[in-house]
Write a protein that binds this ligand. Sequence first.
Ligand SMILES: Cc1cc2nc3c(=O)[nH]c(=O)nc-3n(C[C@H](O)[C@H](O)[C@H](O)COP(=O)(O)O)c2cc1C
Length: 230
Amino acid sequence: MTDRLDGMNDGKRTPWVVGVSGASGTPYAAAVLRGLLAAGESVDLVVSRASRLTLLDETGISFRDAHWREDLAAWLARGADGKPDTFAVDVSGVRYWAAGDLAAGPSSGSYPAKGMLVVPASTAAVAGVALGLSKDLLQRVASVTLKERRPLVVAVRETPLNGQTLKHMVALDEAGAVVLPASPAFYAGATHIQDLVDFVAGRVLDAAGVPHRLYRRWEGELGGATPRSG
Ligand SMILES: Cc1cc2nc3c(=O)[nH]c(=O)nc-3n(C[C@H](O)[C@H](O)[C@H](O)COP(=O)(O)O)c2cc1C
C-alpha cells in the first residue's frame, strides 16, 4: 500500500514528478532520480506496473509499494553495470505514489509540481499520453502536466519505431512536450556503461533546466573524447 499520508503536500514542496514506465532502461531512471536529488530537487515518483518487470530483469530488484523506500534506495545505489552500492543516495526527498492510485496528489492540476519527466518511456506510455488515455497514474499526470503547460520530457526507448509511435511522438511535440529518444552520444568520452547512461540522464535534466555534472559538454574541440595513439 502506498504511503499516502506521507504523500500529502505540505504547501512548501514543488517537486518534479518522475514517471518510470515499462521500457528497457531502468538505469536511465535511476540516473535522473540521483541527478534531481543531487540538485536539491524534491521528487514525486510513479512506477508503472510494467516497469516492475523491467526493473526486476535489469537489476534483480522486486519493487514493492509497501517497501518502496528500501527498494528505491537499493535501485538508486546500483550502477548501470549491475553492481550494488555504487552510489550513496538519500531518498528522503522522494514521495511515492502507486501507479493505480488515480486519486494521488499529482493526478490533479492543483497539486504543485514543476513538471514531469517520463524516463524511460515505453511506446505504450507514449501512445497513452499522446491520446490522453490516462489509463494509469503515470499517463494521467503526464496529461495534467500538458494541460497545465508545465514542462514534460518523454525519454522514449524503443527501436526501431513504427509509424504509429512516430505519429504519437509528433503529437507529443505539438502538445508542448520534449520528446527525447534515449540515445547516448559518444563525443563525451564514455569509458563505461554508466557514462552512456549518464549522458542520456543529463540530457533529460538539461531539457528540464536542472543543473548537473553528469556528462562532459561539447566544447567545440574535435577529438576530445578519444586519446590518440602514436
Ligand atoms: C523486459 C522487457 C523489456 C521491454 N522493453 C521495452 C522497450 O524498450 N520499449 C517499449 O516501448 N516497451 C518495452 N517493453 C514492453 C512494455 O513493458 C509494455 O508495452 C507495457 O505495456 C508498457 O506499459 P507501461 O507504459 O504502462 O509501463 C518491455 C517489456 C519487458 C517485459
